[in-house]
Structure formats: structure tokens, C-alpha cells
Design a protein around this ligand. Sequence first.
Ligand code: TYD
Length: 135
Amino acid sequence: MELCRLLDFKDLGDERGKLVVIEGNQDIPFEIKRVFYIYGSDSQVVRGQHANKESEFVLINVAGKSKVRVTDGVGEHIVELNRPMQGIYIPKMIWKDMYDFSEDSVLLVITNTHYDGKEYIRDYDEYLKVMGVKK
Ligand code: TYD
């Protein structure tokens, strides 16, 4: 199972500064329905802690840095996001934790769905059960 994929976005910057463009179905592998961003989380906070039945995500630290841990209950990857030109793609049904936020972290999240709390699995034991993973 694919846990995540790193995406390197094109730099359209010039002597005036940097420019990064993310187009749905071109620079990321889905159509964009929703964008949100997380900031003001301190280094002790762990966010995420859920899997999504429908949502796929691209996460980009457009400022500062954070870490993302992804797992399918068996394999695990930890990625540090610290570049506005790099994102991580996370498919549906992957469990994710975001943590180690720097003070200046602005974590941009792009997804293929409108918000629906019912498509979240927030209980890790339930997630393992759905994934057919024995503890
Ligand atoms: P939550 O899913 O806990 O955030 P994270 O996964 O980033 O740690 O969301 C926090 C609150 O915001 C929760 O009450 C649900 C709400 N929310 C929305 O209403 N719409 C959204 O698109 C998101 C991501 C969250």
C-alpha cells in the first residue's frame, strides 16, 4: 500500500521572488475541493491522528517546518516538511500524525473533498480493525 509520495513543485520564481503554483490534477493527483491551513500549533502538539475514508491530502509547509508520520498499521514513514516547494501526498485510508511544529509553521493542506466528519476514523484500534491488521 502506498503510504505517501513526495511532490516537488516547479519554481516559477524570478529575481522578484518565488512563485509556486499547484493545479488540481496536474501538480497533484486530484481535483481540489478544499484548502485549509494550520498554524499556531506549538512543538508539543500532535494533530491529525486520524484516517479518512474519502479524503486524499497534499500537505505543504509554506512557512516553517513540521513532521508528518504516516502509517497503514504495518509500514511507517516520517517526513519533515520544511520547504514551500515540496509537498507530501497522502492517499485515503492512511493514518497520519502531524507534530514538531516550528513556531513559524504554516501547514497548508489541500484535499479532494468538502468537509464531512463522518468520513474520519479517529480511533486507532478501529482503524487497525478496518485495515485487517492484528495487534
Ligand atoms: P481536526 O480534524 O481535529 O484538525 P486536525 O486533523 O488538523 O488536527 O479539526 C479541528 C476542528 O475543525 C474540528 O472540530 C473539525 C473542524 N474542521 C472543519 O469544520 N472543517 C475542516 O475542513 C477541517 C479540517 C476541520
